[in-house]
Design a protein around this ligand. Sequence first.
Ligand SMILES: NC(=O)C1=CN([C@@H]2O[C@H](COP(=O)(O)OP(=O)(O)OC[C@H]3O[C@@H](n4cnc5c(N)ncnc54)[C@H](O)[C@@H]3O)[C@@H](O)[C@H]2O)C=CC1
Ligand SMILES: O=C(O)C(=O)CO
Length: 386
Amino acid sequence: MAKPVSIEVWNPNGKYRVVSTKPMPGTRWINLLVEQDCRVEICTQKKTILSVEDIIALIGDKCDGVIGQLTEDWGETLFSALSKAGGKAFSNMAVGYNNVDVNAANKYGVAVGNTPGVLTETTAELAASLSLAAARRIVEADEFMRAGLYDGWLPNLYVGNLLKGQTVGVIGAGRIGSAYARMMVEGFKMNLIYFDLYQSTRLEKFVTAYGEFLKANGEQPVTWKRASSMDEVLQQADVISLHPILDKTTYHLVNKERLALMKKEAILINCSRGPVIDEVALVEHLKHNPMFRVGLDVFEDEPYMKPGLGDMKNAIVVPHIASASKWTREGMATLAALNVLGKIKGYPVWSDPNRVEPFLNENARPPAAAPSIVNAKALGLPVSKL
Ligand SMILES: NC(=O)C1=CN([C@@H]2O[C@H](COP(=O)(O)OP(=O)(O)OC[C@H]3O[C@@H](n4cnc5c(N)ncnc54)[C@H](O)[C@@H]3O)[C@@H](O)[C@H]2O)C=CC1
Ligand SMILES: O=C(O)C(=O)CO
């Protein structure tokens, strides 16, 4: 068994043992746990992705709760080990929890937390950044400049796409997809087409109101359309951003056939999860369509890229940093810690995981509730009346 080599301990005499598989930003999350009689153990081992064996060793014989990461495989083996150690709480430090087998957690009565809301705008901003970078070829132009190749202004140098008046397509118009859509519509006066299993009435109202504002000021109004299929979005949009959860229905949602439906000069952005795109098919598509561009924050086999992707000039690739703003990462740590603490203390579950601001106010005590437990219903946990 691979034994973790390095652990940082806070409040050694605390009654409840809470393990974090990684150091997390800020100290508020540690203080909140320590104030409530937790002994906090943080794994400081210099290894980016911990194996199941590493985490079993961290859990040990007695562990009340674990804060884990999206890179870890939380399935039957780990929930069984946590349950054997007396643990009843786990939280991902992430909103996405496709790395967690929630059925296995249910079997062992372990609450599974996630961190919605606090990363919505930050993630949408990165998707918007990638959209702009791809449309205006910023990374290619930066490389050209640094290579000392610039010898004067030219009419055809790094000509890209104007976003104003084009159509932005959003697949998965939940929290992040809607925030991204609002940024692109308001910021760049783009028209919207979206596909989601559910109607996004708030988003539609926003675009309608902004369109009326533009019209009243003598400008071309922006428009919206809820597509009846994903293919409609792919065919009609100029910039398409993917924001669904990853599950069986969204695995390889963008495949060879669907890439072929898109405009030759379209831009595809993925800040959701890598396997939503068939990355091998994407590399082929990029090779045969040099004006097609992608901006990718996530990859099918993270941390690896499929062969050839890194060589493509029409691809911008960044290492899963969409939620990486200081405020958001500290907030994610806080929400994850409060999920675990809430279950340990027997608090009810917060009633609306889209409204987590009260937990993030540094000047007030957080509510006595677990902010977001995804299997609360399955475990029959009480809901907060706050
Ligand atoms: N790259 C990064 O660092 C980050 C990635 N994420 C990813 O983004 C995902 C979305 O996060 P939120 O917006 O907070 O979640 P959300 O639950 O608010 O939105 C997801 C949306 O996807 C829709 N959806 C589900 N299945 C679909 C399908 N088959 N076709 C079309 N739409 C479908 C849902 O109806 C929902 O509206 C997370 O699950 C996570 O995987 C989230 C934060 C940061
Ligand atoms: O929260 C998530 O789901 C992420 O991917 C990291 O922010």
